[in-house]
Design a protein around this ligand. Structure first.
Ligand SMILES: [Zn+2]
Length: 340
Protein backbone atom coordinates (compact mmCIF):
# COMPACT_ATOMS: atom_id res chain seq x y z
CA UNK A 1 0.00 0.00 0.00
CA UNK A 2 1.25 3.47 -0.96
CA UNK A 3 1.25 6.21 1.69
CA UNK A 4 1.48 9.86 0.55
CA UNK A 5 2.95 11.14 3.78
CA UNK A 6 6.70 10.25 3.76
CA UNK A 7 6.75 9.83 7.56
CA UNK A 8 3.92 7.31 7.48
CA UNK A 9 5.41 5.57 4.43
CA UNK A 10 8.65 5.12 6.36
CA UNK A 11 6.91 3.70 9.48
CA UNK A 12 4.84 1.39 7.25
CA UNK A 13 8.07 0.02 5.74
CA UNK A 14 9.54 -0.60 9.22
CA UNK A 15 6.37 -2.28 10.47
CA UNK A 16 6.28 -4.61 7.43
CA UNK A 17 9.86 -5.70 8.19
CA UNK A 18 9.00 -6.16 11.87
CA UNK A 19 5.86 -8.12 11.01
CA UNK A 20 7.86 -10.64 8.97
CA UNK A 21 10.03 -11.43 12.00
CA UNK A 22 7.24 -11.55 14.61
CA UNK A 23 6.24 -14.88 16.12
CA UNK A 24 2.99 -13.57 17.50
CA UNK A 25 1.75 -11.51 14.54
CA UNK A 26 -0.92 -9.80 16.65
CA UNK A 27 1.86 -7.91 18.50
CA UNK A 28 2.26 -5.64 15.42
CA UNK A 29 -0.96 -3.85 16.40
CA UNK A 30 0.67 -2.84 19.71
CA UNK A 31 3.95 -1.69 18.04
CA UNK A 32 5.53 1.45 19.57
CA UNK A 33 6.04 2.94 16.06
CA UNK A 34 2.29 2.92 15.48
CA UNK A 35 1.53 4.55 18.85
CA UNK A 36 4.17 7.18 18.12
CA UNK A 37 2.43 8.06 14.83
CA UNK A 38 -0.86 8.68 16.68
CA UNK A 39 1.03 10.90 19.16
CA UNK A 40 2.43 12.91 16.22
CA UNK A 41 -1.08 14.13 15.22
CA UNK A 42 -1.37 16.72 17.96
CA UNK A 43 2.06 18.19 17.09
CA UNK A 44 0.98 18.95 13.49
CA UNK A 45 -0.58 22.15 12.22
CA UNK A 46 -4.41 21.83 12.43
CA UNK A 47 -4.98 21.72 8.60
CA UNK A 48 -2.65 18.68 8.24
CA UNK A 49 -4.10 16.63 11.13
CA UNK A 50 -7.13 15.19 9.29
CA UNK A 51 -5.26 13.73 6.30
CA UNK A 52 -2.42 12.48 8.56
CA UNK A 53 -4.91 10.75 10.89
CA UNK A 54 -6.70 9.20 7.88
CA UNK A 55 -3.47 7.66 6.59
CA UNK A 56 -2.57 6.23 10.02
CA UNK A 57 -6.01 4.58 10.16
CA UNK A 58 -5.39 3.09 6.70
CA UNK A 59 -2.07 1.75 7.89
CA UNK A 60 -3.71 0.25 10.96
CA UNK A 61 -6.37 -1.42 8.78
CA UNK A 62 -3.63 -2.84 6.57
CA UNK A 63 -1.83 -4.27 9.61
CA UNK A 64 -5.09 -5.75 10.96
CA UNK A 65 -5.79 -7.44 7.66
CA UNK A 66 -2.22 -8.88 7.61
CA UNK A 67 -2.75 -10.28 11.11
CA UNK A 68 -6.11 -11.84 10.12
CA UNK A 69 -4.60 -13.49 7.05
CA UNK A 70 -1.64 -14.94 8.95
CA UNK A 71 -3.85 -16.35 11.71
CA UNK A 72 -6.20 -18.16 9.31
CA UNK A 73 -3.37 -19.53 7.15
CA UNK A 74 -1.56 -20.88 10.22
CA UNK A 75 -4.54 -22.77 11.60
CA UNK A 76 -3.66 -26.44 11.73
CA UNK A 77 -6.54 -28.85 10.96
CA UNK A 78 -8.40 -29.89 14.10
CA UNK A 79 -7.62 -33.51 14.83
CA UNK A 80 -10.50 -35.08 16.68
CA UNK A 81 -9.98 -38.31 18.55
CA UNK A 82 -12.76 -40.87 18.61
CA UNK A 83 -11.49 -43.44 21.09
CA UNK A 84 -14.19 -45.89 19.99
CA UNK A 85 -13.18 -45.83 16.31
CA UNK A 86 -11.55 -49.10 15.25
CA UNK A 87 -9.37 -47.11 12.81
CA UNK A 88 -7.34 -43.89 12.75
CA UNK A 89 -9.84 -41.02 12.43
CA UNK A 90 -7.20 -38.91 10.64
CA UNK A 91 -6.92 -41.39 7.80
CA UNK A 92 -9.27 -40.47 4.97
CA UNK A 93 -12.23 -42.89 4.69
CA UNK A 94 -11.06 -44.18 1.29
CA UNK A 95 -7.64 -45.09 2.74
CA UNK A 96 -8.92 -46.91 5.81
CA UNK A 97 -8.68 -50.70 5.94
CA UNK A 98 -11.86 -52.54 4.95
CA UNK A 99 -13.78 -53.54 8.07
CA UNK A 100 -16.17 -56.39 8.63
CA UNK A 101 -19.63 -55.10 9.57
CA UNK A 102 -19.17 -56.43 13.11
CA UNK A 103 -16.02 -54.34 13.55
CA UNK A 104 -18.09 -51.26 12.91
CA UNK A 105 -20.31 -52.41 15.78
CA UNK A 106 -23.66 -54.08 15.29
CA UNK A 107 -26.81 -54.81 17.21
CA UNK A 108 -26.91 -57.83 19.44
CA UNK A 109 -28.94 -60.63 17.83
CA UNK A 110 -31.28 -60.77 20.84
CA UNK A 111 -32.18 -57.10 20.37
CA UNK A 112 -32.75 -57.52 16.63
CA UNK A 113 -35.02 -60.50 17.27
CA UNK A 114 -36.82 -58.67 20.06
CA UNK A 115 -37.73 -55.92 17.59
CA UNK A 116 -39.14 -58.52 15.21
CA UNK A 117 -41.13 -60.13 18.05
CA UNK A 118 -42.51 -56.80 19.30
CA UNK A 119 -43.43 -55.83 15.76
CA UNK A 120 -45.59 -58.94 15.44
CA UNK A 121 -47.35 -58.05 18.69
CA UNK A 122 -47.89 -54.42 17.64
CA UNK A 123 -49.72 -55.72 14.60
CA UNK A 124 -51.82 -57.92 16.91
CA UNK A 125 -52.80 -54.84 18.95
CA UNK A 126 -50.42 -55.22 21.89
CA UNK A 127 -48.54 -52.30 23.42
CA UNK A 128 -44.99 -52.84 24.67
CA UNK A 129 -44.11 -51.91 28.24
CA UNK A 130 -40.56 -51.89 29.52
CA UNK A 131 -39.68 -54.01 32.53
CA UNK A 132 -37.12 -53.10 35.19
CA UNK A 133 -33.98 -54.75 36.53
CA UNK A 134 -34.45 -54.12 40.24
CA UNK A 135 -37.72 -54.38 42.10
CA UNK A 136 -39.32 -54.95 45.48
CA UNK A 137 -40.82 -57.94 47.22
CA UNK A 138 -44.39 -56.72 46.58
CA UNK A 139 -44.06 -56.74 42.78
CA UNK A 140 -41.94 -59.91 42.71
CA UNK A 141 -44.24 -61.90 45.00
CA UNK A 142 -46.94 -60.06 46.99
CA UNK A 143 -48.88 -58.64 44.02
CA UNK A 144 -48.71 -62.04 42.27
CA UNK A 145 -50.55 -64.08 44.87
CA UNK A 146 -47.48 -65.44 46.64
CA UNK A 147 -48.47 -65.02 50.31
CA UNK A 148 -45.63 -64.50 52.79
CA UNK A 149 -43.90 -67.78 53.67
CA UNK A 150 -45.65 -69.49 50.73
CA UNK A 151 -43.54 -72.49 49.65
CA UNK A 152 -43.79 -71.37 45.99
CA UNK A 153 -41.39 -68.51 46.82
CA UNK A 154 -38.68 -71.12 47.32
CA UNK A 155 -38.97 -72.07 43.64
CA UNK A 156 -37.46 -68.68 42.83
CA UNK A 157 -33.85 -68.64 43.87
CA UNK A 158 -33.41 -64.92 43.31
CA UNK A 159 -30.67 -62.38 43.94
CA UNK A 160 -31.47 -59.91 46.72
CA UNK A 161 -29.61 -56.69 47.60
CA UNK A 162 -28.71 -55.56 51.14
CA UNK A 163 -31.68 -53.18 50.90
CA UNK A 164 -34.03 -56.14 50.22
CA UNK A 165 -34.50 -55.25 46.57
CA UNK A 166 -34.89 -58.18 44.19
CA UNK A 167 -33.28 -58.76 40.79
CA UNK A 168 -36.49 -59.88 39.01
CA UNK A 169 -36.73 -63.60 38.33
CA UNK A 170 -39.60 -63.00 35.89
CA UNK A 171 -41.19 -60.15 33.95
CA UNK A 172 -44.46 -60.79 35.83
CA UNK A 173 -43.23 -58.07 38.23
CA UNK A 174 -44.84 -55.64 35.77
CA UNK A 175 -48.35 -57.17 35.79
CA UNK A 176 -49.64 -55.15 38.73
CA UNK A 177 -48.30 -51.90 37.25
CA UNK A 178 -49.84 -52.64 33.86
CA UNK A 179 -53.24 -53.47 35.41
CA UNK A 180 -53.24 -50.24 37.39
CA UNK A 181 -52.08 -47.98 34.58
CA UNK A 182 -53.80 -49.26 31.42
CA UNK A 183 -57.43 -49.10 30.34
CA UNK A 184 -59.37 -52.29 29.68
CA UNK A 185 -59.12 -54.02 27.23
CA UNK A 186 -55.49 -54.49 28.31
CA UNK A 187 -53.15 -55.96 25.70
CA UNK A 188 -49.52 -55.59 26.67
CA UNK A 189 -46.23 -57.34 26.06
CA UNK A 190 -43.38 -56.77 28.49
CA UNK A 191 -39.85 -57.65 27.43
CA UNK A 192 -37.19 -57.59 30.11
CA UNK A 193 -34.05 -59.06 31.55
CA UNK A 194 -34.52 -61.62 34.31
CA UNK A 195 -32.06 -63.15 36.74
CA UNK A 196 -31.96 -66.57 38.35
CA UNK A 197 -29.50 -68.38 40.51
CA UNK A 198 -29.07 -71.32 38.12
CA UNK A 199 -26.48 -74.00 37.58
CA UNK A 200 -25.19 -72.93 34.19
CA UNK A 201 -25.22 -75.25 31.20
CA UNK A 202 -26.07 -75.14 27.50
CA UNK A 203 -29.75 -74.60 28.35
CA UNK A 204 -29.47 -72.42 31.48
CA UNK A 205 -28.09 -68.92 32.04
CA UNK A 206 -28.26 -66.78 35.20
CA UNK A 207 -29.40 -63.83 33.07
CA UNK A 208 -31.79 -64.03 30.14
CA UNK A 209 -34.59 -62.16 28.43
CA UNK A 210 -38.21 -62.91 28.96
CA UNK A 211 -41.32 -61.77 27.17
CA UNK A 212 -44.39 -61.41 29.32
CA UNK A 213 -47.82 -60.97 27.79
CA UNK A 214 -51.14 -60.04 29.37
CA UNK A 215 -54.63 -59.74 27.91
CA UNK A 216 -57.59 -58.65 30.05
CA UNK A 217 -61.14 -58.03 28.87
CA UNK A 218 -64.68 -59.33 29.29
CA UNK A 219 -65.15 -63.00 28.43
CA UNK A 220 -61.50 -63.93 27.84
CA UNK A 221 -60.84 -67.68 28.11
CA UNK A 222 -58.04 -70.20 27.58
CA UNK A 223 -59.02 -70.63 23.90
CA UNK A 224 -57.96 -67.01 23.31
CA UNK A 225 -54.68 -67.76 25.07
CA UNK A 226 -53.83 -70.73 22.84
CA UNK A 227 -54.91 -68.89 19.68
CA UNK A 228 -52.80 -65.84 20.52
CA UNK A 229 -49.65 -67.85 21.21
CA UNK A 230 -50.15 -69.98 18.10
CA UNK A 231 -50.71 -66.94 15.88
CA UNK A 232 -47.61 -65.10 17.01
CA UNK A 233 -45.32 -68.16 17.00
CA UNK A 234 -46.44 -69.05 13.48
CA UNK A 235 -45.67 -65.49 12.44
CA UNK A 236 -42.26 -65.48 14.14
CA UNK A 237 -41.13 -68.83 12.71
CA UNK A 238 -42.91 -68.23 9.39
CA UNK A 239 -44.59 -71.61 9.38
CA UNK A 240 -47.70 -73.24 10.86
CA UNK A 241 -46.98 -74.01 14.52
CA UNK A 242 -49.14 -76.31 16.65
CA UNK A 243 -49.49 -75.63 20.39
CA UNK A 244 -49.87 -78.14 23.19
CA UNK A 245 -50.69 -77.12 26.76
CA UNK A 246 -50.53 -79.25 29.85
CA UNK A 247 -51.48 -78.47 33.45
CA UNK A 248 -48.84 -76.85 35.63
CA UNK A 249 -48.76 -74.73 38.77
CA UNK A 250 -48.01 -71.02 39.17
CA UNK A 251 -49.45 -68.99 42.09
CA UNK A 252 -50.42 -66.13 39.74
CA UNK A 253 -52.48 -68.09 37.20
CA UNK A 254 -55.43 -70.43 37.63
CA UNK A 255 -55.53 -72.70 35.74
CA UNK A 256 -51.81 -72.70 34.90
CA UNK A 257 -50.20 -74.42 31.93
CA UNK A 258 -46.87 -75.25 30.45
CA UNK A 259 -46.97 -74.92 26.72
CA UNK A 260 -45.00 -76.61 23.97
CA UNK A 261 -44.80 -75.83 20.26
CA UNK A 262 -44.52 -78.37 17.48
CA UNK A 263 -40.82 -78.75 16.60
CA UNK A 264 -39.86 -76.22 13.91
CA UNK A 265 -37.13 -78.52 12.58
CA UNK A 266 -38.97 -81.81 12.09
CA UNK A 267 -42.54 -80.48 12.18
CA UNK A 268 -43.45 -83.04 14.81
CA UNK A 269 -41.83 -86.16 13.30
CA UNK A 270 -39.03 -86.20 15.91
CA UNK A 271 -35.39 -85.05 15.71
CA UNK A 272 -32.37 -84.30 17.92
CA UNK A 273 -33.50 -80.77 18.74
CA UNK A 274 -36.84 -81.93 20.17
CA UNK A 275 -35.36 -85.10 21.75
CA UNK A 276 -37.49 -87.09 19.28
CA UNK A 277 -40.74 -85.99 20.93
CA UNK A 278 -41.86 -83.63 18.14
CA UNK A 279 -42.52 -80.90 20.76
CA UNK A 280 -40.43 -78.12 22.27
CA UNK A 281 -41.34 -76.62 25.63
CA UNK A 282 -41.38 -72.85 25.44
CA UNK A 283 -42.78 -71.40 28.62
CA UNK A 284 -45.57 -71.00 31.12
CA UNK A 285 -49.00 -69.44 30.80
CA UNK A 286 -52.46 -69.47 32.26
CA UNK A 287 -55.57 -67.55 33.18
CA UNK A 288 -54.68 -64.66 35.50
CA UNK A 289 -55.57 -65.54 39.09
CA UNK A 290 -58.57 -63.54 40.45
CA UNK A 291 -56.42 -62.39 43.40
CA UNK A 292 -53.87 -60.92 40.97
CA UNK A 293 -56.57 -59.06 39.02
CA UNK A 294 -58.11 -57.76 42.27
CA UNK A 295 -54.68 -56.61 43.52
CA UNK A 296 -54.32 -54.70 40.25
CA UNK A 297 -57.66 -52.93 40.74
CA UNK A 298 -59.61 -55.10 38.26
CA UNK A 299 -62.90 -56.74 39.27
CA UNK A 300 -62.47 -60.50 38.57
CA UNK A 301 -66.26 -60.92 38.57
CA UNK A 302 -66.43 -58.70 35.48
CA UNK A 303 -63.16 -59.36 33.69
CA UNK A 304 -60.86 -62.27 32.97
CA UNK A 305 -57.50 -62.45 31.33
CA UNK A 306 -54.53 -64.57 30.38
CA UNK A 307 -50.78 -64.17 30.82
CA UNK A 308 -47.67 -65.92 29.54
CA UNK A 309 -43.91 -65.82 29.87
CA UNK A 310 -41.41 -66.97 27.20
CA UNK A 311 -37.66 -67.03 27.32
CA UNK A 312 -36.60 -64.84 24.37
CA UNK A 313 -33.12 -66.42 24.26
CA UNK A 314 -34.76 -69.82 23.84
CA UNK A 315 -36.97 -68.64 20.97
CA UNK A 316 -33.96 -67.19 19.14
CA UNK A 317 -31.88 -70.32 19.78
CA UNK A 318 -34.58 -72.36 18.08
CA UNK A 319 -34.90 -69.98 15.14
CA UNK A 320 -31.19 -70.19 14.32
CA UNK A 321 -30.50 -73.65 15.76
CA UNK A 322 -28.02 -72.24 18.31
CA UNK A 323 -26.78 -75.04 20.54
CA UNK A 324 -25.67 -73.11 23.63
CA UNK A 325 -27.55 -70.26 25.38
CA UNK A 326 -24.28 -69.02 26.91
CA UNK A 327 -23.12 -67.72 23.49
CA UNK A 328 -25.47 -64.73 23.83
CA UNK A 329 -23.67 -63.21 26.80
CA UNK A 330 -20.18 -64.49 25.98
CA UNK A 331 -19.02 -61.46 23.98
CA UNK A 332 -17.69 -63.99 21.46
CA UNK A 333 -17.22 -61.97 18.25
CA UNK A 334 -17.09 -65.06 16.06
CA UNK A 335 -20.60 -65.90 17.24
CA UNK A 336 -21.94 -62.33 17.07
CA UNK A 337 -20.53 -61.62 13.57
CA UNK A 338 -22.84 -64.26 12.11
CA UNK A 339 -25.73 -61.90 12.85
CA UNK A 340 -24.07 -58.62 11.86
ZN1 LIG B 1 -37.83 -82.02 16.12
Amino acid sequence: MEYKNPEIAEVAKQLHEKFAKLKDKRAILRAAELTALYDRIKTLPPDERASFGKEINELKKELESMVRKSVTSNLSPVTSIDVTAPFDMNVKPENRPKLLPAENGSRHPLMTELDIILDIFYRMGFAAVESRELDDDYHMFGSLNFPKDHPARDEYDTFVTDEDLVAPAHTSIMQNRVFKSMEIPIRAVIPGRVFRNEDLDARHEHTFYQLEGVYVDKGIHAGHLVATIRAWLSSYYEREIKIKIQPFYFPFTEPSFEFAASCIFCEGRGCNVCSHTGWIELGGCGMIHPNVLREGGIDPAKYTGFAWGFGIDRLVMLKYNIEDVRHFHSGNLKFLRQFA
